[in-house]
Structure formats: C-alpha cells, structure tokens
Ligand binder design. Structure first.
Ligand code: GDP
Length: 354
C-alpha cells in the first residue's frame, strides 16, 4: 500500500518535471522568436541607416548568394581551363539570367584574355570575368544629363513593375536636391493610378497635374507641360498607362504624348525611362524589347533587385538592348532607389574591392 503511494507520488513528480521541461522549452522558443524579431527589426533599422553602397550590397544579397556562389564553385572546383570549365561557367551565367547572347560575349572575351595573358588557373579567370561584366555595363557620359537640364521624363512600363513607386522615389530624390519637380498622372486608364501618384506627390510635397478617369492622357500631358513651363519646373515626371497587350493603342498613345511634348515644349531635354521588374527575369527583357519598338527608350529602371536572385538580368538587358540601366530599386521605401554605377554594381555583386 505504502509502496503504491510512493509510486504514485513519483509518477506525479515525473509528470510535473516533464510538464515543467515542456513549459521551459516553450518559453525558450518564445524567447528565441522574440530575439529573432528584435534582431530583424534592428537589421531593418540598420538598413535604413545604411549608406548608398551598403544598401546596394544588401539589395543584391539574393543574387550574390545564388549566382556568385555557383560561379565561385566553378572557379575553385576546376583545376584546368578546358572545355568543361567553359561549359560549366556558361551554364552558371545563363542560369544567373545574364542572357544567352551576353554570356557568349563574356565568354569570348574571357577566352581571348586567357589566351593573350596565358592564364592557366581557373581561379584567375574570376577577375577577368568581373572586368568584362563591368565593361558591358558602362553607362556613357550623358546618362544623367536630364538631371542638369530642364527636362521631361516619360516613365513607361507595364502595370505592377513599380512604376508609380519609382516616380515617387525620383520625385523625393530631386525635391531633396532642391529641384522644382512636377508629376503628371498620364495613366488615366486605371482609376487608382492618379490617387496612388497623388500620395507620393504629397509625401514629397510636389505638384501633380492629372485629369479625370478615362480622359485623354495627351491632354493631361498638355496641361502638365504647360504647367512645367509656367512654373519653371526643373523636371516633369510623366506617368503613363502600361497596357502592353494592346500594343497598337499603346503605340498610338505614346506617339500622341511624345508629339504634345515636342510641340509644346521643344526646348525640354527628353528622357524616357522604362521600369522593369527584375524578379521577372527574361520577361523583363522581353518587355523592354517591346517598348523599345513603340518609343525611344533612353534608360532603364530595374526595380525589386532586393527581392530577386536574378540580378544578373541587369547585365543582360543593358548589353542586349544597348540601353543603360540608370537606376535600380532595392526596396519599397522612398530612399530605396539607387543611381546605377557599374563599378559599384560589380563590387556589390561580387563583393570585391577591385
Ligand atoms: P506600378 O503598377 O508599376 O505603378 O507598380 P507600383 O509602383 O504600384 O508597385 C507595385 C509593388 O511593387 C508595390 O507593392 C511596391 O511597393 C513594390 N515595389 C516597387 N519597387 C520596389 C523595389 O524596388 N523593391 C521592392 N521590394 N518592392 C518594390
């Protein structure tokens, strides 16, 4: 009887111990979760504090982790520079969304340098390849000329790529530089487009010229251009509707807008930026090609570089279209737009000091 009682107590104690251990484990898990949350918040705050290069570095993390790591694997895994080495490298470049044609160009470049400099070690090819990519991405001297002149910047691109956000970020950037900025809500097709743009205009405290839903975009642009002239604006940023599925309409609409700007404001410096979503990889390249067929695109804005492992698309687009990437979006906040610089891009991508 007494023995039975003892056993019962022992059992109860064990159960209690078990429960306590479970409870402790639960608490520990909760604490770890809390700590992780705090850490994430700190990282977020740090990122907001980060300077230009660090933000770029952070934005390209996914691309670096995928593409660059695979590339290092090839450079370090091969002992000879042979066909197998080139083949493997080709695969990694194509998988990294560098594009078939650009990859060919880069590899040709590499093979020539290997021969010329009598390079024997695969690992030595890394720097040659980095230099080659950097050369493919040179902007040219007049890339940002529109920032120094009285200009009209037409912003094109399909819905959802980050067009409105980019215009908002650009407006904030130029306003902070004490420029007189005006926005034109040229996307009269979508009801929410103007409201969304108005929010960004309010945030940056810049003027917006718009029309009612369904009104003629060319008429909005007419008003905006005349307001820009009258108010001595430095930059007029024009949003446009992005309906690629109706190419004929789009072409006609852009033609009308372009001719209004040319006629009403012939002295303005013209810039046409296409906004592309980097996460869509090769699709972005196709969109750029299609828009280039309907209007003269002078620069590319690649958004969502922070959320993609396909950052290599920046190299492909620039080299295949011969249109420079001028800005990259590395996040959703107003500060997350960086001017493109091939040296910094390559440095951030490969995290190298050269
Ligand atoms: P629009 O339809 O082309 O005008 O696209 P929006 O400007 O409305 O953007 C679509 C979505 O993409 C929104 O949720 C934006 O916050 C987001 N977005 C835009 N640019 C970036 C970027 O550079 N990085 C990230 N992560 N998100 C972005």
């Amino acid at each position: 009887m007494f023995n039975n009682e003892e056993k019962k107590i022992e059992k109860a104690q064990k159960r209690e111990e078990k429960l306590r251990a479970k409870e402790e484990k639960k608490e520990e898990k909760l604490r770890a979760k809390e700590e992780k949350k705090e850490e994430k918040q700190r990282a977020k705050e740090d990122a907001q504090e980060l300077g230009f290069f660090a933000r770029l570095l952070a934005g390209l993390t996914k691309t670096r982790d995928n593409f660059v790591k695979s590339m290092d694997y090839v450079f370090n895994g091969f002992t000879n520079i042979d066909d197998d080495f080139y083949e493997e490298l080709e695969e990694v470049l194509i998988m990294g969304d560098i594009g078939v044609r650009t990859t060919e160009r880069i590899l040709e470049d590499l093979k020539a340098t290997v021969k010329e400099q009598k390079i024997k070690e695969p690992v030595e090819c890394k720097q040659v390849l980095i230099d080659s990519i950097r050369r493919q991405m040179n902007l040219g001297e007049t890339a940002y000329e529109f920032e120094n002149r009285k200009s009209v910047v037409l912003v094109v691109g399909v819905n959802g790529v980050g067009k409105t956000t980019t215009i908002g970020k650009l407006a904030a950037k130029y306003k902070a530089e004490k420029k007189n900025v005006i926005l034109a809500a040229g996307d009269t097709f979508r009801a929410a487009a103007k409201d969304q743009l108005q929010e960004w205009a309010n945030r940056s405290n810049v003027d917006l010229i718009g029309g009612s839903e369904g009104s003629d975009p060319a008429a909005v642009v007419f008003d905006a251009v005349n307001a820009a002239k009258a108010r001595n604006a430095d930059i007029l940023l024009v949003d446009t509707a992005g309906r690629l599925h109706n190419k004929k309409n789009l072409m006609e609409e852009l033609r009308k807008i372009n001719s209004v700007i040319d006629r009403e404001y012939p002295d303005a410096y013209r810039e046409t930026l296409i906004v592309l979503d980097a996460t869509t990889g090769q699709n972005a390249l196709n969109q750029a090609k299609e828009f280039s067929e309907v209007t003269d695109v002078s620069g590319i804005v690649l958004t969502k570089m922070d959320g993609t492992a396909k950052g290599g698309i920046a190299v492909a687009i620039q080299s295949e279209l011969n249109v420079p990437v001028k800005f990259i979006g590395v996040g959703e906040s107003i500060k997350d737009l960086e001017k493109f610089n091939s040296d910094d891009f390559v440095k951030a991508l490969f995290m190298t000091e050269s």
